[in-house]
Design a protein around this ligand. Structure first.
Ligand SMILES: *Cc1c(COP(=O)(O)O)cnc(C)c1O
Length: 460
């Protein structure tokens, strides 16, 4: 039986001459097609041998499998998806998105040469950091600024510069892990410093800092507890006291702000979150934060602070390994410039626009999306729900939102979600109580037509 099935399998030479395969060969590399023919035949052979396949496979099925494998293999791995989860800074879906104008600007920098490291006025070598340093100084009030690959790199670079072979004191309440890959103790180790944990998880006093500072202390480190809150019987040392202590002992105070916002978002209904400017004003020596969390720009780590420390960081050789490219610099410069006018920043920076969009605004857009469906389609409706900021920011805040709820009589919610994920532009949905939900807050109007027609197709 197995032998017969194996014998019946078409040969590679035979498949190559099939009309459809020939058409593929006109379009795609022959090498890839041969690879996929062999892979397909190997899989069928294996299934015959382990008896998971007990009847002959249709030639058309084999050709279709090869065709799918070839298109899969040749399609982009990193591609655009539609975020229906309602998590705005979604760590798995690329965190912050940038707007069309910013993308266009970045594209123009990439399509041609640029003055990345060229001083146009003097006609000689310039520095890549100058492009964003001034705007960062302007927006944060800091004496100097620098940008590296991400905030983890920023923290590492800062600690390596000021606390290598020295000690850095940090409260036990702030030994955070962010997204499984950023852990304060680990970053400390890599930077070459020694972490001195002080206080307890819920309470740390100024005297804990005072008692643990010695001649070999290189930094007082404060870490924003981004993705969690310690509530109840707690005490943390006010930044002002740390700054005074740092001054007295001549030890720099470093703040890893994590998200780092330039705008007070409590005006828009979120919890009060300190701004970078406020922290600079309080006299912190060095502050680091991400470019693609609340700031809403590209992936980057931003370092701002006192000139003497920024200068020291700039001359650290590690910077060469952590520096950013022109794509990042151009997207970050374009994003930062919006902040000269707060209203413009809210309007133009997608992350801020999504965070601040009112419930009525989202609901109106949800109705627009619903209009693409037949009025009598009772399987699609708008419900009230909640969005999240995400990215380890505002962990306790939820934002009222309007969601599209889909009921399918044929498919389970997880089957439906899988069909949505397998679209050419995948749609990532939320599932709740066996229903598919799309939070309109994180959907873009330009995608409504595609979303509606995709859903209709799956429902048919
Ligand atoms: C997110 C975060 C980081 C890591 O930032 P990346 O930009 O992801 O490298 C570090 N520290 C804190 C407090 C954070 O919230």
């Amino acid at each position: 039986m197995k032998k017969t099935l194996l014998r019946q399998l078409p040969k590679v030479d035979y498949l190559i001459n099939n009309d459809e395969i020939q058409k593929m060969i006109d379009e795609y590399p022959r090498k890839i097609i041969l690879k996929m023919i062999n892979e397909t035949l190997d899989e069928i052979r294996k299934n015959i041998l382990d008896e998971s396949l007990t009847e002959a496979v249709d030639e058309k099925v084999i050709i279709d499998t090869i065709n799918n494998k070839v298109t899969d293999y040749l399609s982009f791995s990193l591609k655009r998806v539609i975020n229906g989860t309602g998590v705005i800074i979604h760590t798995n879906l690329g965190r912050s998105i940038i707007n069309y104008e910013t993308s266009q600007h970045t594209a123009s920098i990439n399509n041609g040469y640029s003055n990345l490291e060229y001083d146009i006025e003097l006609g000689k070598r310039g520095l890549r950091y100058t492009h964003i340093e001034k705007v960062l100084m302007e927006l944060t009030g800091a004496e100097g600024a620098l940008v590296v690959n991400n905030n983890a790199a920023a923290v590492m670079l800062v600690l390596n510069t000021i606390a290598k072979d020295k000690e850095a004191v940090v409260s036990r309440g702030e030994l955070v892990e962010i997204g499984g890959s950023f852990r304060v103790p680990e970053v400390m180790k890599i930077s070459g410093g020694t972490l001195i944990e002080i206080g307890t998880t819920n309470k740390t006093h100024l005297k804990d800092f005072e008692n643990n500072i010695n001649d070999n202390t290189g930094a007082i480190l404060k870490v924003h507890t981004s993705n969690y809150k310690i509530l109840g019987f707690t005490k943390e040392v006010p930044v002002e006291d740390l700054v005074a202590l740092g001054k007295e002992k001549n030890i720099p105070v470093v703040l890893d702000l994590g998200s780092g916002t330039l705008i007070d978002l409590s005006k828009y209904g979120l919890s009060v979150e300190t701004t970078v400017l406020e922290q600079v004003e309080k006299g912190i020596d060095i502050i680091t934060f991400s470019g693609d969390k609340l700031l809403g720009g590209p992936q980057a780590g931003i370092i701002v602070g006192k000139k003497k420390y920024i200068d020291a960081i700039k001359s650290n050789q590690l910077i060469r390994a952590l520096r950013v490219g022109k794509m990042t610099i151009s997207a970050l410069e374009a994003t930062l410039r919006y902040y000269f006018d707060e209203e413009k920043a809210i309007e133009k920076i997608p992350t801020l626009r999504m965070i601040t969009e009112t419930y009525d605004g989202v609901n109106e857009r949800a109705n627009k999306l619903l209009n693409y469906f037949d009025a009598e389609n009772s399987n699609i409706k708008i419900i009230k729900g909640e969005s999240q900021v995400g990215g380890g920011t505002f962990p306790l805040d939820v934002i009222p939102s309007a969601l599209i709820e889909i009921n399918s009589s044929k498919l389970s919610a997880s089957q439906f979600a899988s069909r949505l994920r397998n679209l050419e532009v995948p749609i990532i949905a939320r599932i709740s109580e066996n229903k598919i939900l799309l939070d309109v807050r994180t959907l873009q109007d330009e995608d409504f037509e595609y979303i509606a027609s995709s859903i209709k197709n799956i429902m048919e």
